[in-house]
Design a protein around this ligand. Structure first.
Ligand code: FAD
Length: 306
């Protein structure tokens, strides 16, 4: 069977594209490893128009209810590769392959790893990339957050509701991030900032026991039970060798005056939207808007497809 469209990712960009595809009544699929993408990691979302003051988990529920209104079911499949066979595009997943006229890539971003000893083998055993998901597991425990940008600051404030002590650690001497968040962090007595630290190793046999870091030529083993890595995000493009990326690994898309080319990559029929692309603003409302633009452009492309 030849699909009109395969959407990769069920973050705000992919889910918006899916709503438009369902309304257009085209033959389409939405494949994803989860529902909601990064919105699941956000404790508070207060800048999505029309839905003030909502948690990440609740906004995901609202998006998902909207999909259900259109009878859209997200297929829980990881995409491994995309290929071209003439004008037909092939999407290979862990389970099967799909043939389609267009693809919309909305695969977003994934956390950057530290690539230090202990990070992989203690993942889920004290090491986490998601404070929103895992904070309740650290009630009355001592934790460290690595990275004091906005995500690290948000993580610290969220963890302060559970953990008894939080060390916020960064290689920079001073806390970066928005002043509003920074002030709240500095006022919180549970949170201590350690600047100018080079992270060396995560120590632990079965679970995390300590974090080794170096500061001013001195090594410290800081006893902690949890380590939250908040050092930024990178575009999730491991399956998308076919399309052109910029120096940060983000998929390059056209800003075209021709409707069928908007959001298109260098490969005709492959569109991309949201955080995975080279657009500068990474926000939910932007990703949703880009998903809409990509879908509309893809409809035009499908109409011209021979
Ligand atoms: C901690 C945190 C807080 C934030 N707070 C806010 C906020 O308050 N307001 C705001 O506007 N923005 C916020 N953001 C940013 C916002 O969440 C993102 O800009 C937005 O989610 C991007 O949407 P997206 O659809 O492009 O990608 P994502 O949300 O990253 O979704 C990508 C989707 O693709 C799927 N996927 C990835 N690879 C594959 C694959 N190979 N096969 C199948 N599926 C795949 C994933 O499972 C996921 O469903 C926050 C981000 C973080 C990390």
């Amino acid at each position: 069977m030849l699909y009109d469209m395969v959407i990769i990712g069920a973050g705000p960009s992919g889910m918006t594209a899916a709503i438009y595809a369902a309304r257009r009544k085209i033959k389409f699929l939405i494949l994803s490893m989860d529902i909601g993408g990064q919105m699941n990691w956000s404790s508070e979302v207060d800048n999505y128009p029309g839905i003030p003051d909502i948690t990440g988990i609740e906004i995901v529920k609202k998006f998902n209810e909207h999909l259900k209104d259109y009878n859209i079911k997200v297929k829980n499949e990881e995409v491994l590769d995309i290929k071209q066979k003439g004008k037909i595009l092939i999407v290979k997943t862990k389970k099967t392959t799909y043939e389609t006229k267009t693809i919309i890539i909305g695969s977003g971003k994934k956390p950057k790893k530290l690539n230090i000893s202990g990070e992989d083998n203690l993942l889920g055993k004290g090491v986490s990339y998601c404070a929103t998901c895992d904070a309740p597991l650290y009630k009355d425990k001592i934790v460290a957050i690595i990275g004091a940008g906005n995500s690290g600051l948000e993580a610290a404030l969220h963890l302060a509701q559970y953990a008894k002590k939080i060390y916020l650690i960064d290689s920079l001497e001073k806390i970066a991030g928005e002043p509003y968040l920074k002030d709240r962090v500095l006022q919180n007595k549970k949170i201590s900032f350690i600047g100018g630290a080079k992270i060396k190793e995560i120590i632990g046999k079965q679970t995390v026991e300590a974090l080794k870091y170096e500061s001013k030529a001195e090594q410290t083993n800081l006893p902690v039970q949890g380590i939250f890595i908040e050092t930024g995000l990178i575009a999730k493009v491991d399956f998308a060798n076919l399309v052109k990326k910029n120096k940060w690994g983000e998929i390059m898309i056209f800003r075209s005056t021709k409707t069928h080319e908007e959001n298109m990559t260098n490969i005709p029929g492959i569109f991309a939207a949201g955080d995975v692309t080279d657009i500068p603003s990474k926000q939910i409302v932007v990703a949703a808007g880009e998903g809409c633009k990509a879908a509309l452009a893809a409809f035009d492309y499908i109409n011209k497809f021979k």
